[in-house]
Design a protein around this ligand. Structure first.
Ligand code: FAD
Length: 393
């Protein structure tokens, strides 16, 4: 006879279940996003600039150091809570969502995991109180093929001298601290890649051209210029030559964050479509009374629910110390597809006004596209998933 659980053995909780702390945390983030962020979203998108006072409020609310231990001024929370924050903020503004996302899931995560205790003391209190972080891997010639990077780091005495250019770096206009990948030995291939903690004020470091983008326009994306940039030897993050490992492992976690950003975006677009469909009247009744609209709303909600399960499960797996690489890639791949489909349908449900800037859905539609590009394009996620599946994982 097949084994069955004992009658009173506790079953695992459904994926949607949150702890009381998580519910309270999500409520606080939601309230902040609705009251303080939403009124500024359109103007920030139009100007292509993120309001610094809002970033200060992110710090004040503990949203820029969610997983950082309280001893360093952080909130001492979980990866799952960081994911909840990114989702709730992105529901109102995916540009704001990516600022919080990069800070928590890429920069703080890398710092928490790979720094020495001296580096932790030096950097973590700033990361939780005032310093915005950025993560600099991509270059003009190395995007999907990230480890073909050319930025060079040469040891001279007690310093590394960095030369090269980084491209597409999120948060770089606002950032004080950069996790930057460079090679100490181009002949060694990926084994030469080393991660550095670079401060904006280091000599030879500057932020270059800002990109003029389709979506997430309020999030800064700039070039970084390193001209004999001097980085103290004790600012190597992890081991020399192990930067590739830091980059891969950090991005694995980051992808769940992008999944959360896309999930929040899809929810924001869906809610706008629902509200409008109940208000707008045609043929003498609200358009939500037409089955054609109802079915679209139902399909969108179903896809959002599936994306939510994937995001939450991958985040819970990460917190549980399980291997989540395949699930993270699947989450980003799927959530970005759902975001694009839902935002597109939302524009259609709003009809003509959906195509204008007076309603939020055209922005969600523009913002959705980035989910399929950064932190590994959809093809790169498919490559990871296929490799793991074919390898029996
Ligand atoms: C708004 C924005 C913010 C960003 N933020 C950051 C950041 O903070 N830090 C950072 O380091 N980078 C960042 N990036 C860079 C981003 O990660 C890269 O743009 C992305 O990895 C793709 O690289 P690429 O643009 O060079 O495209 P390419 O690698 O040139 O890809 C072009 C196309 O070819 C496809 N392709 C490439 N190789 C293969 C293959 N082997 N098989 C099948 N298809 C393939 C891709 O899927 C894509 O469709 C950002 C980019 C943008 C646009």
């Amino acid at each position: 006879m097949a084994h069955v659980s004992a009658p009173h053995a506790p079953s695992p909780l459904p994926l949607v279940s949150l702890t009381e702390d998580e519910i309270l945390f999500r409520e606080n983030v939601r309230q902040f996003a609705e009251e303080s962020l939403r009124p500024n979203v359109r103007e920030m998108d139009e100007k292509g600039v993120f309001d610094r006072t809002l970033i200060d409020q992110f710090f004040h609310l503990g949203l820029m150091g969610i997983e950082v231990p309280e001893a360093f001024g952080g909130a001492g929370g979980t990866f799952f809570e960081a994911i909840l924050a990114v989702e709730e903020i992105s529901k109102v503004d995916p540009s704001a969502g990516v600022i919080v996302d990069v800070q928590n899931t890429l920069v703080n995560n890398a710092l928490l995991r790979w720094t020495t205790s001296e580096q932790k003391r030096r950097y973590l209190p700033g990361m939780t109180s005032k310093s915005v972080g950025a993560y600099a891997l991509s270059e003009a010639g190395s995007g999907s093929d990230a480890f073909a990077l050319q930025t060079r780091a040469q040891l001279k005495g007690n310093e590394y001298v960095l030369n090269g250019r980084k491209l597409w770096i999120t948060n770089s206009k606002e950032a004080d601290i950069f996790i930057l990948l460079a090679t100490v030995d181009p002949a060694a291939g990926y084994k030469g890649i080393t991660a550095f903690i670079v401060e904006k004020k280091f000599p030879g470091f500057s932020v270059g051209k800002k990109e003029d983008k389709l979506g997430i326009r309020a999030s800064s994306t700039c070039e970084l210029i390193l001209e004999d940039c001097r980085v103290p030897k004790n600012n190597v993050l992890g081991e020399v030559g192990k930067g590739y490992k830091i980059a891969i492992e950090t991005l694995n976690e980051g992808r769940i964050g992008i999944g959360a950003q896309m999930l929040g975006l899809a929810r924001g677009a869906w809610e706008a479509a629902l509200k409008y469909s109940q208000e707008r009247k045609q043929f003498g009744k609200s358009i939500a009374e037409f089955q054609g609209i109802q079915f679209q709303l139902a399909q969108m909600a179903t896809e959002i629910e599936a994306a939510r399960m994937m995001v939450y499960n991958a985040a819970r797996m990460k917190d549980a110390g399980m291997n989540f690489v395949k699930e993270a890639a699947m989450t980003k791949l799927f959530a970005s597809q759902v975001a694009e489909r839902v935002a597109s349908l939302a524009v259609e449900i709003l009809g003509g006004v959906g195509f204008t800037k007076d309603y939020p859905v055209e922005k969600f539609y523009r913002d959705a596209k980035i989910g399929k590009i950064y932190e590994g394009t959809s093809n790169m996620q498919l490559q990871t998933i296929a490799k793991l599946l074919l390898g029996g994982k």
